[in-house]
Design a protein around this ligand. Structure first.
Ligand code: EPU
Length: 422
């Protein structure tokens, strides 16, 4: 197992380049299954979830290469079965289901199960496939979907917590090769959904409205190979902005898409963080005293659940009471008890965390529980006095490209070490 040793209390200084968006790369890589022609995807982040998606595509029969930041896939002949051992390791692998159903008219994919951030149901994905005319059964832990023909129709994809990102992606991908017109209502509006739609359109699909709650897909007979560049990772950019603010440093974030980050930038501004914005560049400046703020996570363009944990780490430093309400994954609070080990005063009340901020943090050994929780612990460790050891950092390697190298370039004292144990 690997851990980070962080000697905190050093303000970050310098420049950091943002990688491609993991959550755009995963469905876009899955979408390459829709054609037998070669596809080249650029600015792909070298993170373990992406390497894992390469493995999944290969297990389905595709030829896959990943060099530098470029993934090449040729899915000449593919099979429709995605195994439990693969899906249970990465819930995002469910997004191969739509392309398999679209191209082969059948797909057998293991049910993903829950994870530490919540139940992660896929009922809305399945509702969408059924609406397109697929027969969907659950047998032996697998979802089996098959259809003689896929027929375009109107599909409402709103759920308990609003829209679904991968559900929208899955249904949109299957519908590209359906007969007739599909309209998805209450579609997810996340920039990663727009990126996927742009990728599919570059392959010859006819999709309009992505980025709004109504997406229209006019089915086509076939899709072709394409070269494409992924959007920058808005969650990675937000994480570095918050790390800079938490250490009261001065960091220039390049290659970002500030236009995808309005909710986060607005909230940071309200919390007293000074950020200058110029094109694709954000500069976080040293600030005076931070202010407590209330944050509620919501589907895009609201405050992202994927930045909730990092924001909480920052707000432990802001004098006063901040209330953070999680509306997407109600139990995504595993970082709370670990932040408490660093001296944070946080109380959970249903879907809300009440942060009594302003007390200095001090280093301690802590355990990462999921990707964004680990990022929050790293941020808290950078701000804390003394040494913090973050264990189980394989979680952070799932979604942040070379985070320790990038932070060291900003002056952070962070080392990756091998330790015994699970
Ligand atoms: N939901 C349902 N039924 C469904 C699908 C979702 O009720 O069929 C509910 C979920 O339980 C949740 C809400 O809808 O309450 C939103 O879930 P969504 O489907 O949008 O999540 P996802 O598509 O599985 C993606 C990202 C997550 C990110 C969420 C929300 C990828 C690979 N994953 O998951 O990213 O938190 O959208 O924005 O794109 C991360 O990167 O750390 C991460 C967890």
């Amino acid at each position: 197992m690997q851990s980070f040793i962080i000697k905190g209390g050093v303000p970050l200084h310098g420049q950091v380049q943002i990688s491609g968006a993991k959550n755009a790369a995963l469905p876009i890589m899955a979408a390459t299954l829709l054609t037998d022609e070669p596809c080249t995807i650029r600015r792909v982040p070298n993170v373990s979830d992406v390497r894992f998606m390469c493995k999944i595509l290969a297990s389905l029969g595709a030829e896959v290469e990943f060099h530098g930041d470029t993934v090449r896939v040729r899915a000449k002949k593919i099979n429709p079965v995605c195994d439990y051992d693969l899906v249970r390791q990465m819930r995002g692998s469910i997004c191969v289901m739509g392309p398999l159903l679209g191209r082969l008219h059948r797909a057998t994919v293991s049910l993903p199960g829950g994870c530490v951030i919540g139940a992660r149901p896929i009922n809305l994905h399945l509702k969408g496939f059924e609406a397109l005319g697929a027969d969907v059964k659950i047998e032996g832990g697998y979802v089996k979907a098959s259809a003689k023909r896929l027929l375009g129709t109107e599909i409402f994809l709103g759920g308990r917590a609003g829209s679904t990102v991968l559900g929208t992606a899955n249904v949109m991908m299957a519908a590209t090769l359906a007969e007739g017109v599909t309209v998805i209502e209450s579609a997810a509006c996340e920039p990663e959904v727009v990126d996927l739609a742009n990728f599919l359109n570059a392959m010859g699909a006819k999709i309009t409205g992505a980025g709004s709650p109504t997406i229209t897909i006019v089915g086509v007979k076939q899709l072709h190979g394409v070269e494409y560049e992924i959007i920058p990772d808005r969650i990675e950019a937000a994480t570095y902005a918050i790390a800079a603010a938490a250490t009261n440093g001065e960091v220039t974030i390049t290659g970002a898409r500030p236009d995808h980050m309005h909710a986060v930038l607005d909230k940071l501004n309200e919390a007293g963080v000074r950020i200058e914005r110029k094109g694709a560049v954000l500069t976080v400046k040293p600030h005076g005293e931070l202010r407590a703020v209330d944050v509620t996570t919501l589907p895009y363009a609201g405050f992202p659940t994927d930045v909730q944990a990092q924001m909480m780490a920052l707000l432990t430093l802001a004098p006063g009471i901040s209330i953070i309400t999680e509306r997407i994954f109600e139990s995504r609070f595993m970082h709370v008890s670990e932040l408490a080990r660093l001296g944070a005063d946080i109380e959970l009340e249903g879907p809300s965390a009440i942060v009594k901020g302003g007390k200095p943090l001090s280093g301690a050994p802590v355990m990462a529980s999921d990707l964004r929780a680990s990022a929050a612990l790293v941020i808290a460790g950078l701000a804390a006095k003394g040494t913090t050891q973050v264990n189980r950092i394989y979680h952070i390697d799932r979604g942040y490209e070379n985070i320790d190298t990038k932070l060291r370039r900003l002056g952070a004292r962070i080392q990756r070490i091998e330790v015994e144990g699970p």
